[in-house]
Write a new protein. Structure first.
Length: 486
């Protein structure tokens, strides 16, 4: 179900601000600690809360409003996002040009291959030094050798012009030396070197510095062929040297570019008190990992939450059956596609306790494969419906702390459920195949909906198609109940 008021508001904003593309922060977590990183403006750490279904709906709804449809995945470090390949495939299926910005340290050969097979068009690697010590100083991690190896193999999967080095100039004292190394890298592996400035650099100096860099390159490598473009509402100069080295000068923060990025209805009418420090203007429509759309980095009054566009039904209809084997061929022939595997270790602190007349469960979940943890409160509304309230936890320390708090509140640990789970999806219906330690195999059919007859009918039609037998149906019992009654 879509709330068109909020969707229309978002679409109006895209047009009023003439936002050139969608920039999706899949996660705000990162494996590095780059000291100039602004994490795209995200304030709190979020692993990434959108479902594949939500990404698919968004890709479909927003594609007609960008010309051409273009999405860039970033983070945090987007290679830490567990469903990255799936999300790329989704956006490609709606004809987006898909780019990825990464620090490159996790970009090993297997990952490059998977990215290519998923349909990724371009890779931008953020790099600030080709000197091992300075690299450590910038990124706070000792991964320079790994990165060098990853850059070496990148030629095999992403050739020019599909790969670029994003180099942020931030007052590096050995600029001349770094420029020589960059030139060698660009020449050898045909990387485009894209230069831009750290926001701390005085914007009056940007043109002067760019001219100085152009002069150094010119003196060392001869007269380049210069192309001037306006790309995604920014002035960009391309310098192509005879030795094969290609450089891109991005004038994002300059005065003339500011004029381009703010030449739209919203910015012209903007009354925000911080408008003067707004150097980016209408740069892109950002979607943060917590589901907030951010049309510009300064204002908060034009943000829209994805939950307003897709109000979540927190009621799930579900039925569960014990089975001997999983009928994978039949499931796939019915159009279901595997979307996720997990290994969930659940520690229950409330099992089947009646609160406000409802059977209640409280657990701490650790999804070992996907490194996702949560604190979950469930109340059973009927034989097929459960109301779920859940929050994410950051790590296993949070799980231990929450466990201690629950013990102190007199909700001691009751039992553990350890299961391997494979999820298949077809539209709004999910099939969940569980192999539970000490209990066996189960198929659960889950449907986000309501308690109306139509949703019930859809659920039980599928039960018939899968030849699930009513005598094997598990009613009024969750896995913890079954473990405790063994
Ligand atoms: S704060 Fe900047 S980008 Fe946002 S609307 Fe105002 S001028 Fe435009």
């Amino acid at each position: 179900m879509i709330n068109n008021n909020y969707l229309d508001k978002l679409i109006d904003t895209i047009h009023d601000m003439e936002l050139p593309y969608l920039r999706v922060c899949l996660t705000s977590y990162c494996n590095a600690k780059c000291y100039i990183c602004h994490n795209e403006g995200q304030k709190k750490a979020h692993k990434g809360g959108l479902s594949l279904h939500e990404y698919e709906e968004l890709a479909k709804l927003l594609a007609p409003h960008f010309n051409p449809p273009r999405v860039v995945f970033t983070g945090g470090e987007p290679l830490l996002f567990h469903d990255l390949y799936e999300v790329i495939k989704i956006f490609k299926s709606y004809d987006y040009i898909v780019g990825l910005v990464t620090n490159g340290t996790l970009l090993n050969e297997n990952t490059q291959k998977e990215l290519l097979e998923s349909g990724l068009d371009t890779i931008n690697i953020s790099l600030n030094s080709l000197d091992r010590e300075k690299y450590y100083h910038f990124y706070g991690i000792d991964e320079f050798t790994v990165l060098e190896k990853n850059l070496e193999v990148l030629d095999k999967y992403f050739k020019y012009p599909r790969k670029k080095i994003n180099w942020v100039i931030s007052g590096n004292p050995d600029l001349d030396d770094e420029l020589q190394k960059l030139c060698a890298l660009s020449q050898k592996h045909k990387f485009v070197i894209s230069l831009m400035f750290d926001v701390s650099i005085d914007k009056e100096k940007i043109n002067l510095l760019f001219n100085r860099i152009k002069k150094i390159l010119h003196n060392n490598y001869g007269e380049p062929c210069v192309e001037k473009h306006i790309k995604y509402k920014r002035y960009v100069d391309f310098l192509k040297f005879n030795n094969g080295s290609i450089w891109e000068f991005d004038y994002l923060q300059t005065e003339q570019n500011n004029h381009l990025l703010k030449n739209n209805t919203s910015c012209r009418n903007c009354l925000n008190e911080n408008k003067e420090i707004c150097y980016e203007g209408a740069y892109a429509l950002r979607l943060f990992a917590n589901g907030v759309f951010k049309p510009c980095l300064i204002r908060e009054d034009n943000e829209i939450n994805i939950n307003d566009i897709f109000p979540k039904s927190n009621i799930e209809l579900e039925v569960k059956y014990k089975v001997i084997n999983f009928p994978i061929n039949l499931i796939e022939s019915l159009g279901f596609v595997e979307i996720k595997k997990s290994h969930q270790v659940d520690k229950y602190h409330i099992v089947n306790k009646t609160l406000n007349g409802k059977r209640t469960y409280l657990r701490l979940r650790n999804d070992v494969i996907n490194n996702k943890m949560s604190f979950d409160f469930h109340q059973v509304i009927s034989d097929v419906a459960t109301e779920e309230t859940e929050i994410s936890l950051n790590d296993s320390n949070d799980i231990n702390t929450m466990g201690t708090i629950l013990e102190k509140l007199d909700y001691p640990f009751v039992c553990e459920v350890d299961k391997y789970r494979v999820i298949y999806r077809n539209g709004d219906i999910k099939l969940i195949l569980d192999t539970v330690k000490n209990l066996g195999k189960f198929i659960e059919i889950e449907l986000a909906g309501n308690e109306q007859h139509e949703s019930h009918d859809n659920l039980f039609q599928l039960v018939n198609k899968l030849s699930l037998d009513e005598k094997d149906r598990i009613i009024k019992k969750g896995y913890p109940d079954m473990i405790l009654s063994k």
